[in-house]
Design a protein around this ligand. Structure first.
Ligand code: PEP
Length: 256
């Protein structure tokens, strides 16, 4: 069982000012919750502001992406070096990056290697499309994707994996708890193949895709689901805090 983690992916939402207020509101709302690592991932321009708002709390800041090269002629890109001191985590391979920016598993692998060199924990996202699931290929797609994304990462590295079925992201059509459990168990088995069983057991594996206060328990009560990657509901401090609280109830109390 990995450490309980709940991540808020704010995507391209909130001005710098709004981001600071949202981070403070979330900080206040989860101040009584213990045992869950909370990571807020604002747009790049708000990373500093959110970092300031979270100073002195246990909450962490993550980036939503980063470039795999150290520096150079990559207009519009942000490097790991630029994020040092500001973030502890970085989301890599989100399905929106794969869909809109043609990011591949090979690229995710390069980015993950660079993130680890910088001392960040990569949050590696994988998920099948609706047609891949309907064709009965979900398991094959996920296994290939995670094994390729993890290739090149050394043993002993700390990373988080998120199972995010493309058809569930932002659609309100979440997977069922048992669908998500099956895929997260598969991901844990794949991590054991790439590394070893010990690494697989300690890696946090999250479910993402239309998670909200009403369905969070269905996911985080599952054996192989250590938390949630939350998009839409992470923009509302109370909804997000409720997901964090549910995760603490289901995973922290069950592990003591
Ligand atoms: C996401 O963006 O990773 C996500 C899971 O979004 P949502 O919660 O809105 O489905």
């Amino acid at each position: 069982m990995g450490r309980p983690v709940v991540i808020g992916n704010w995507k391209m939402n909130a001005t710098i000012h709004q981001a600071g207020l949202l981070a403070s509101a979330i900080r206040n709302s989860v101040s009584d919750v213990n045992g869950v690592q909370v990571v807020l991932c604002p747009p790049f321009v708000s990373v500093q502001e959110v970092s300031n708002s979270l100073q002195g709390s246990g909450l962490k800041v993550g980036a939503q992406n980063m470039h795999h090269q150290e520096k150079g002629a990559f207009t519009g890109e942000v490097s790991a070096e630029m994020l040092k001191g500001l973030v502890t985590h970085v989301i890599l391979g989100h399905s929106e990056r794969r869909r809109d920016f043609n990011e591949t598993d090979d690229l995710v692998s390069l980015k993950a290697q660079m993130a680890l060199i910088a001392g960040f924990q990569p949050i590696i996202c994988v998920g099948e499309s609706l047609s891949e699931r309907q064709e009965g290929r979900a398991e094959e797609v996920i296994s290939t994707s995670i094994k390729s994304s993890l290739s090149g990462i050394g043993p002993g590295s700390d990373f988080v994996v998120a199972y995010e079925p493309v058809w569930a992201i932002g659609t309100g059509e979440a997977a069922t708890g048992s669908q998500a459990q099956d895929m997260c168990q598969l991901l844990r088995d794949c991590i054991a193949v790439v590394f070893d069983r010990e690494t697989a057991s300690r890696t946090s594996i999250l479910y993402g895709g239309s998670v909200g206060p009403d369905n969070a328990a269905e996911f985080v009560s599952m054996r192989d689901i250590d938390g949630a990657l939350v998009g839409g509901a992470s923009l509302d401090a109370e909804q997000f805090a409720s997901i964090v609280r549910t995760t603490a109830l289901e995973r922290v109390s069950s592990s003591v």
